[in-house]
Design a protein around this ligand. Sequence first.
Ligand SMILES: Cc1cc2nc3c(=O)[nH]c(=O)nc-3n(C[C@H](O)[C@H](O)[C@H](O)COP(=O)(O)OP(=O)(O)OC[C@H]3O[C@@H](n4cnc5c(N)ncnc54)[C@H](O)[C@@H]3O)c2cc1C
Length: 540
Amino acid sequence: MKNFDRKELINSIAETKEWDVLIIGGGATGLGIAVDSASRGFKTLLVEQDDFAKGTSSRSTKLVHGGVRYLAQGNISLVKEALKERGLLLKNAPHLTKNESIIIPCFSWPSGLFYGAGLLFYDWLSGRKSLGKSRLISKKELNKRLPTLKKESLKCGVLYHDGTFDDARLALNLAQTCVENGGAAINYCKVVSLIKSADHKISGANILDKETGNIHEINAKVIVNATGVFVDDIIKMDNAGSKPLIRPSQGIHLVLDSSFLKSTDSIMIPHTDDGRVLFAIPWYDKVIIGTTDTPLNNHSLEPRALESEIDFVLKTAGKYLSKKPEKRDVLSVFAGLRPLAATDDSNERTKEISRSHKVIISDSGLVSVIGGKWTTYRKMAEDTLSKIMRRKMLQNKKCITQDLKIHGYTHENLAGALAFYGADKIKLDELIATSKSLAEPLNKETNIVAAQVLWAVRNEMARTVEDFLARRTRLLFMDAGLACRLAPKVAEIMMKELNRDEIWKESQVKTFCELAQGYVLKSNLNHFGSKYREKGSITP
Ligand SMILES: Cc1cc2nc3c(=O)[nH]c(=O)nc-3n(C[C@H](O)[C@H](O)[C@H](O)COP(=O)(O)OP(=O)(O)OC[C@H]3O[C@@H](n4cnc5c(N)ncnc54)[C@H](O)[C@@H]3O)c2cc1C
């Protein structure tokens, strides 16, 4: 078995004459397919142009859910499928998932009965994979469970269960699971062109190693395009004249201090002024509030929240919370792009477009996967491989992912700041115990310790300061200013471990802090800048 080591895995590229499956894109979709393919016994390579989950897959609402909203739209089969997958994910990755109680505040008894009945149906659809029974709760219980909810006009609440998870950590653990099952998953490798054989069938791809600048020619029987909102860019490499398949729709989240919720329960507002659902979810030691749905005409790896979206989320949250959040309270803001099916009807609102996934195979054999959601990543992967096998592009092999434990799996109920490492926590604790300096927090404001940086470089393919602060830990998403203040220390440790020089270190800090500014509201930037300078870092 290969180690989860970038250099070793890059070398395996040169050693392998032909792969069975090459997957482009290291988000939920691609990583799910990589795990499915490798665990079926196919020679599998996944390449990601940036870091695993750099795209949409680190920017979700963090729900493992059937989708109460799709139930309201009457999309029963989608909800049933997602509820089954919810159960499988909580079973196979317990270290990253959590059974979450979510409360809908109701301002009239009829609305309480309406949501209560709908959620009983939701429970029934989940069958034996139910996470707990939905029930009506009294105003008194509501006040106790959600002390910061505005009390006026409230009549009752409906409590139901779904899951929450750490999306970027799950992506990383899936990449590790792929490698443990004999596959290869490599970050910072970009597909720059496709290779076709004389019969115009796709037979491989040219891949740029962004660290060395080397181009690797990869031969593969099947190429899967799992690039989310970038899916059309790859399709154009196959057929320059193709019509766009997807249209991005942006959703944003604001992150606040936990004092705005003071609860372990989440709040769900089923119908905001724009007709969407808004969640307030306790996540680690913060509260995440979102999301919006804004159609866009362009896509990027670093989408930015629009002022109108920020105002909308703050205004809606302020209607429900007694401690009204203001712009100055926002610790971080992040935006993600939904890869939704493109439609010719410009009036159709993106939220109405189905979240179910599609697997499309072009005449030249390019397999593109579009749509879907994190919760159903496993089923999307199974469907993709099944379709590939039905087309006889690969021989038949059985899918085993329903019972496949994801890297980090442990039955122990871990608690504390390092619980998300799951089974790896024991080895991380051993590393921490080797030296006092490794056990020390990076500064007084955080409980992230130096050993975690070393661990991320040695065992989790962290290559940049951003990889560590945004996705190996989630600090950039939780408190962008603090993340920036930790950057110099993280860069120092990484520089030594990766054998880089001072110039690398300085440029890492500069690049990261410039990025972090994009996670800070414009009105808070002065404050961010002054703190940043105070700590002797570079000037933004
Ligand atoms: C705001 C928001 C909230 C959401 N909340 C939830 C939720 O709570 N629960 C849920 O189940 N789902 C949720 N979703 C949906 C879910 O997050 C997405 O369906 C999922 O993350 C999409 O994953 P993906 O792999 O298709 O795309 P991505 O995560 O974007 O991955 C595609 C990857 O392809 C890479 N790539 C692109 N071009 C190349 C190339 N040439 N070479 C190599 N790599 C390349 C990109 O760098 C990127 O990392 C949410 C989505 C949004 C936008």
